[in-house]
Design a protein around this ligand. Structure first.
Ligand SMILES: NC(=O)c1ccc[n+]([C@@H]2O[C@H](COP(=O)([O-])OP(=O)(O)OC[C@H]3O[C@@H](n4cnc5c(N)ncnc54)[C@H](OP(=O)(O)O)[C@@H]3O)[C@@H](O)[C@H]2O)c1
Length: 343
C-alpha cells in the first residue's frame, strides 16, 4: 500500500525538511507533490535522490492525495486546509491556525497518540509549536511518574524557527559586523540586532505583556499533556541557526530524584539523556541539529521547592519541532489503519 502525499510550503525550511524526512524514513509514498506559492512554480526541491518541481497551491487538485503536510503559515492554512480536507485529503498542519480548535487534535505521537482518532471531525490534525513539542516529549514520562504541577521554562530559540528570511538575517548581520561601513545596518526581520545578541521577544506582544510564543507554550502543554499543569514561559531568540534549547524548572506532586528522572528519561520514547558531570557532558543545539531525538541534560534536584527538578532540553526545531513530528503523525495514521485511501 502506498500513499499520495502533497507538501505545501515545499520551498520553506520546514517543507524541505518534510520532503527529506519522508524519503529518509522510507515512508510508503506513491506520488509526491511539492507545492508552494505562485512565485515558486518550477523551483526545484529534493526528495531523496529525486528532484521535484514546485507547483502552485492555488491550482493543484487534491482529490487524489491521501494527505497533505501543510507548512506555509497560519493565513494560508486557515484558507486552504478546510478546502483540502473537504476533498478527502487529511491535512497535517504545522501552523498555529488549528491548534486551539476543539475539533482538531494536537498531536505529539510519543505523548498523546490516542487523541489522533479525533481527526475525523475536520480531517485536520495540528502539529504543535516547536518549543512546546520538545518540552512535552521530555515532560510526559516524568509526569506519568510523579505528576507535574508547575513548569517554569526559559527558551533559547534558534532563528530557523522564524523562517528562512530570519536565517538569512543572522547570516548577513554576522558577516556585516566585519564589513567596514555595514556594522550598524538596521535589522529587518528581527526588531533588534540578532548577531552576537539575544532578543527576549518571540512572536508578538499580547495584552498581558507575554508574547504569543509564550502563550502557545502554556495553551499547548495543557491541551497535549494535562490541563491542570501550570506553565509560565519566557521565550528568547538567540543567534543559533538550528536547534532550540530550554531551561525547564519542574514541580511535582510526589518526590522524584534526579537519578530516578535520569532513569525514566533514558527509557522514554524519543528522549536521549546526555548528562555527565564533566565539561562537555551535556548537549548543545549545534550537536542536536540534524538529529531526531529530544536531548535532556543537566538533570538536577531543585532544593528551593518541594519536589523540584531542573532539566535542560534541546532538539532540532525543524525536525522533531516540526517536520519529523508531522511525518510521525502520518505514520501513526497508517500504522493504526486510520488513513483512508483517497478516491
Ligand atoms: N521553523 C520552525 O521551527 C517551525 C516549527 C514549527 C512550526 N513552524 C511553522 O511552519 C510554517 C512554515 O515555517 P517555515 O519556517 O518553513 O517558513 P519559511 O521558511 O518562511 O517557508 C514558508 C513556505 O510557505 C510558502 N508559502 C508562503 N505563502 C504561500 C502561499 N500564499 N501559498 C502557498 N505557499 C506559500 C512559501 O512558499 P514561497 O517560497 O513560494 O513563498 C514557503 O515554501 C509556519 O507556519 C511556521 O510557524 C515552523
Amino acid at each position: 500500500m502506498s500513499y499520495n502525499v502533497a507538501v505545501v510550503g515545499a520551498t520553506g525550511n520546514v517543507g524541505r525538511e518534510m520532503l527529506s524526512i519522508l524519503a529518509e524514513r522510507q515512508f510508503a509514498v506513491g506520488e509526491v507533490h511539492a507545492l508552494a506559492s505562485r512565485r515558486s512554480i518550477g523551483v526545484e526541491v529534493s526528495f531523496g535522490e529525486q528532484t521535484l518541481k514546485c507547483k502552485d497551491l492555488e491550482t493543484f487538485d487534491f482529490s487524489k492525495v491521501d494527505f497533505c503536510l501543510m507548512s506555509a503559515g497560519s493565513a494560508v492554512s486557515k484558507e486552504w486546509s478546510p478546502k483540502i480536507a473537504a476533498k478527502g485529503c487529511i491535512v497535517i498542519d504545522n501552523s498555529s491556525a488549528w491548534r486551539y480548535d476543539q475539533d482538531v487534535p494536537l498531536i505529539v505521537p510519543e505523548v498523546n497518540a490516542d487523541a489522533v482518532a479525533g481527526y475525523t471531525r475536520k480531517n485536520i490534525i495540528a502539529n504543535p509549536n516547536c518549543q512546546t513539542m520538545q518540552m512535552v516529549v521530555a515532560l510526559k514520562p516524568l509526569h506519568d511518574r510523579a505528576t507535574i504541577t508547575r513548569v517554569v521554562v526559559a527558551t533559547y530559540q534558534s532563528v530557523s524557527g522564524a523562517g528562512k528570511e530570519a536565517m538569512d538575517e543572522l547570516w548577513t548581520r554576522t558577516r556585516d559586523k566585519y564589513v567596514p561601513g555595514n556594522e550598524d545596518r538596521e535589522p529587518r526581520k528581527f526588531p533588534k540586532e540578532i548577531a552576537f545578541n539575544c532578543i527576549p521577544y518571540c512572536g508578538t506582544f499580547m495584552e498581558d505583556g507575554y508574547t504569543s510564543e509564550e502563550w502557545k507554550m502554556v495553551a499547548e502543554t495543557k491541551k497535549i499533556l494535562d490541563p491542570r499543569i501550570k506553565v509560565t514561559a519566557t521565550c528568547v531568540r538567540v543567534p543559533v541557526f538550528v536547534g532550540h534549547s530550554e531551561a525547564v524548572n519542574l514541580e511535582f506532586e510526589r518526590p522524584l530524584s534526579a537519578d530516578e528522572a535520569r532513569e525514566i528519561l533514558r527509557e522514554a520514547p524519543g528522549c536521549l539523556v546526555i548528562d555527565k558531570h564533566e565539561p562537555g557532558g551535556y548537549i548543545t543545539p549545534m550537536e542536536a541539529a540534524g538529529e531526531d531525538a529530544t536531548y535532556i541534560s543537566r538533570i538536577r534536584e531543585d532544593a528551593t521547592v518541594e519536589n523540584g527538578l531542573n532539566i535542560w532540553v534541546v532538539s532540532d526545531n525543524l525536525r522533531k519541532g516540526a517536520a519529523l513530528n508531522a511525518v510521525q503523525i502520518a505514520e501513526l495514521l497508517v500504522n493504526r489503519k486510520l488513513l483512508k485511501k483517497a478516491a
